[in-house]
Ligand binder design. Sequence first.
Ligand code: GTR
Length: 307
Amino acid sequence: MPLPPLGPDVVEEFTRTIYGRTPDGGKLSELVLQSREDGVLDGAADRLRHRATVACPLGDLSFDTLLHLPSGGDAAPVAVILNFDGNDQTLTGFPYEKIVQAGYAVLTAHYQQLEPDDPNPPAPGVRGLFPAESWGAVAAWAWGLSRLLDIAATLDGLDGLDVGRAVVIGHSRLGKAALWAGVRDERFALTVSNDSGCCGASLFRHPGGEDIEAITRRFPHWFVPSFAQYAGKEDELPVDQHQLLASIAPRRVYVCSAEDDAWADPEGERLAVEAARPAFGPDGIGYHLRPGGHALLEEDWMKALAF
Ligand code: GTR
């Protein structure tokens, strides 16, 4: 299938057809330091936990954050990431030692503290705190990634963070959210998608892996309801995902794929990167395909951050 051309004004189309409209408002109102441990991780990193509260039009949302940063030395660029299983799980799940050795700080929060991953959430998340807007959970998580950057900005200087070189990174459904955050928030200097697949970095028009029918049937809450009308009609979508990647230019993008992750269609991700390349400078977009399956591995982190 031929791809729609790269053009200047695609963000509005992505808003309308897939992710929905992110409302204005929702400001960090309070950040409470809950604990600080210095010199954890071989003496090379400090670990801080905060409780953040964001004031939204219809109420407040509070969530916990976990920050690791290199101790001493120059201000560290910060990578923000939502995690799947809670902040404590990242202590074994993320390669913090290596990331910090590479000179980066990492700020994370649990994605479901921002918005439940449920078509019928037991309690409303952030989407319930704005007057009637149609935005999907992916967009709500992307909103959360921007709030993590707000939090990092309040710590800028204080704790040796450099938010001028901020990275947004995410895996799988949270890689979709990282891409949408990278599109919408120009403060992110580098956007990293890991195995984000359908509605992330892979092309709708490249057959293979998850398609619109499958994703909207299982996860109707991720997108605007009208997106489901494109099930089986990929060729009628007004956009495709190389345009999403290109709309981040001239800021940088890095896409990680895995050979055995057929559901995320690694070849469709590679083709999207190639089709987006003309929008970027020579080193503006990077890509790797590594052996193995669907996971955010140390190799993915290190190659993306080296980029
Ligand atoms: C799958 C879904 C994918 C991907 C993945 C994940 O079930 O079909 O789009 O997002 O979940 O987030 O792990």
